[in-house]
Each structure stands twice: as structure tokens, then as C-alpha cells.
Design a protein around this ligand. Sequence first.
Ligand SMILES: [Cu+2]
Length: 110
Amino acid sequence: MKTKWIARSLRAGMLAGALAAGGAWAAEHEVRIVQYAYTPAELTIKAGDTVTWINDEKRVSHSVLFRGSGEESERFFPGERWSRKFEQPGSYEYTCGPHPEMKGLIVVEP
Ligand SMILES: [Cu+2]
């Protein structure tokens, strides 16, 4: 009967995983912006997670501009932040509106 119990526990675990993907246990991630660079430049997350970009510069404002969709955040100034939740799996390449040399990538796993 022990194997049956394990099988049931595994199924319960999978259910918990599904709930996490649905947002119940979604994680939060941070990308810091310092010296015209996103750190980390590449970040892998799970669907339903939220990423917050934090401007740690002294003077410069930045944005987050997704290459695929053209969606762009507001410009955010030193000390400010901007968050986005990622529901759809995929690769999200982004840059900074005013500074196209800045590059970042968010990989969203199912
Ligand atoms: Cu910028």
C-alpha cells in the first residue's frame, strides 16, 4: 500500500505545481539597472511570475521596451521601479527606449 500512497502524494504535488503556474505561488524577480545595463541581463522565470525593474542610476531614466510586441514601460527615474507579470511562456527580448544599446532577455518557462 506504500506505493499507492506515494503515487497519491505525487499527484498532489503536481496539483500544487499547477496552482503555482496559475499564480498562487508565483515568484517575484528583480532586474537592477546600473550604468546603462540590466542586471541580470538574462533571467529565466516561470509563467505567472512577476519581474520588477529597479532604476539604481544616479541621474538617468530608463524604460523597458519589448522588441516583439513594441510594448514599452513608462520612463522610470532613479529610485523608481516598474513591474510586469509574464503569463505566456516564451522569450522576451527587450531594450531601453532611449538607449537601444541596452539589452535584456526574459525567458518564461511553462
Ligand atoms: Cu535607458
